[in-house]
Design a protein around this ligand. Structure first.
Ligand SMILES: [Zn+2]
Length: 337
């Protein structure tokens, strides 16, 4: 069914509104644009607009609805809508939005990942007329090692550290990254050391389990918890600075090794800035090559780039022969598709 030119508008996460009016489509940025649907690609905070959620019917996956509610968003989800949701491979419930029009598809990727992440369905996008793609790692040279190689290195490092009797703090974003790291390390650490999680990570673990993602049960650790044991243990904790007062206490008292998991650790400054002992660039985003591959496979006539490095990524796409232009959330502008 063609959804073209029906007079509706949909806000794409928090950054732009796609409008169909008078037989044409427009992409607009600016906070005062009205809209009647709100697409929530996934439940990371930078994609959730608290004030937007009350205004419109939300289009999102069941998983995102549940996670968004846990994160304090009041969302009225509608299942009957003119869109197609496609897997984006980023975290539990993450989706891309496809609008099928008479002139071809308009696809917004949300955050997207082309390297298979533990238990998360991989993206498979059709050819489209217009592609709106994230560019968090859209600068040439921002390329990750293969996930398989990286996971091998992580398993070796963690196993060796625990074997030497050192406690470890495994730091990552509490929703998504922490669960994916647990799925990698549960078989390594289970029955070897006592494992703990922060309250927020425990809460998101429960949602992953509700959707049949295998994460083992762990004790919940808070600064008010009983003391951690002597010798080796593992604690999953949000990506905070290793220099904050609590982490410094853990370091001093237990001699814990701080290990961070973030795509941003491909930047030289990362480990030093975060104050961790070791950082692995385990990312749930496509790297530069993965983003270019999505553009190649979807064969769009027009590409809009958002988030991260939109100018650099658009420049590279133009160099490769695509008609591409960046979008910045702060810019008031309107583009006719
Ligand atoms: Zn995200």
């Amino acid at each position: 069914m063609s959804a073209a030119f029906k007079g509706f508008s949909v806000k794409l996460d928090r950054f732009a509104t796609l409008c169909f009016k008078g037989g044409e489509a427009f992409l607009k940025t600016g906070s005062d644009e009205s809209f009647n649907y709100l697409f929530i690609s996934h439940a990371h905070f930078d994609h959730l607009g608290r004030s937007d959620a009350k205004k419109a019917s939300a289009v999102c996956s069941e998983e995102t609805l549940l996670l968004s509610t846990l994160r304090g968003l009041e969302v009225k989800r509608v299942e009957n809508n003119p869109f197609t949701l496609l897997d984006s491979g980023h975290i539990l419930g993450s989706k891309a939005l496809l609008v099928e029009t008479d002139r071809g598809g308009i696809l917004y990727t949300g955050d997207v990942n082309t390297s298979p992440v533990e238990g998360i369905p991989e993206p498979c996008f059709p050819r489209v007329h217009t592609l709106i793609i994230e560019s968090n790692y859209g600068r040439p040279g921002l390329v990750f090692p293969s996930r398989r190689q990286l996971i091998g290195e992580i398993v070796d490092y963690v196993s060796e550290t625990v074997r030497r009797g050192r406690p470890i703090v495994l730091m990552g974003y509490p929703l998504g990254k922490s669960q994916h790291v647990q799925m990698v390390l549960d078989p390594v650490l289970q029955d070897v050391v006592e494992t703990y999680v922060s309250p927020s990570i425990a809460e998101y673990n429960n949602v992953y389990r509700l959707f049949s993602m295998g994460i083992s049960g762990k004790k919940v650790f808070t600064p008010q918890s009983p003391e951690l044991p002597e010798g080796s243990w593992a604690l999953y904790y949000p990506n905070v600075s290793g220099r904050n007062a609590f982490m410094q206490l853990v370091k001093r008292k237990y001699g814990a090794v701080f290990i961070s998991f973030s795509g941003r650790s491909i930047f030289d400054w990362y480990s030093e800035a975060l104050g961790v002992d070791k950082a692995f660039p385990l990312s749930d985003h496509a790297d530069f090559n993965g983003l270019v591959e999505i553009v190649r496979k979807t064969c769009p006539e027009k590409v809009f780039t958002v988030h991260g490095f939109p100018e650099e990524f658009s420049r590279e796409l133009r160099r490769l022969g695509y008609d591409s232009q960046p979008i910045r959330p702060s810019i008031e502008a309107s583009f006719r598709l």
